[in-house]
Design a protein around this ligand. Structure first.
Ligand code: CA
Length: 221
């Protein structure tokens, strides 16, 4: 899931990028509205987190631009403005949700999850690579048309690898996505999940990048 963050407060942006990356989001960050508009086409985000007070233009204009393009990309607006008017304006123009600064990170993550779920039901909920189909709403896996049961952590591991096919996920990234901070994790926990998954998937579907991590190719063939 790709998220474009448009925010000129550097400290806030840095914190957000870090937090969202550790949640498994693929991040792009822009400070200027003009650059954000370019990124809409080149990066192709699934979700946009948009600050309204940008140095070069009003964030609402970025939102207007996005909606003129007729893309349904969900937008979460961030703003320090408390005026009811701004909130109504943003929603009228086509923002999907609104978060007033200052906010707590869990609150932002919760809002994004809701938007993600909406995406899941609106667009296709299935990720298909070769003969492997993962339904991310029903949490079901089919391999060659046959349903395969997956325990939760294995499901989460496969979901990350399939949704971000072509990217290498390190053991740390996977651990961060699968386990809460402070939770005790065995040193080979991820290897065990991967090894269990491999027994249920076509040969060589999950590739090991030695010393780095794991990946699934878009055409796993
Ligand atoms: Ca700002």
């Amino acid at each position: 899931m790709k998220v474009l963050l448009v925010e000129d407060d550097r400290d806030l942006a840095e914190g957000l990028v870090k937090a969202l990356r550790s949640e498994g989001f693929i991040m792009a960050h822009e400070v200027l509205g003009a650059n954000a508009q370019k990124q809409l086409a080149s990066f192709g985000p699934d979700l946009v987190v948009l600050d309204l007070g940008l140095p070069d233009m009003d964030g609402l204009d970025v939102l207007k631009y996005l909606r003129r393009k007729k893309t349904g990309t969900p937008v979460l607006v961030l703003t320090a403005r408390s005026a009811l008017n701004d909130k109504v304006n943003a929603l009228d123009i086509g923002a999907d949700d609104y978060l007033q600064k200052p906010f707590e990170m869990p609150e932002l993550l919760a809002r994004l999850r809701v938007m993600q779920r909406r995406l899941g039901t609106a667009a296709s909920s299935e990720v298909t690579i070769d003969s492997v189909v993962l339904d991310t709403v029903a949490h079901r896996l089919r391999v060659d048309g046959v349903e395969v049961h997956l325990p939760r952590k294995e499901y989460m591991t496969l979901k990350i690898l399939m949704e971000q096919a072509g990217r290498v996920k390190t053991r740390d990234m996977l651990e961060n996505n699968l386990y809460e901070r402070g939770e005790t994790i065995g040193s080979n926990t991820i290897e065990v999940h991967i090894s269990n998954l491999r027994k249920k998937l076509p040969d060589n579907f999950i590739k090991t990048i030695r010393g780095v991590g794991y990946t699934i190719h878009q055409d796993a063939g």
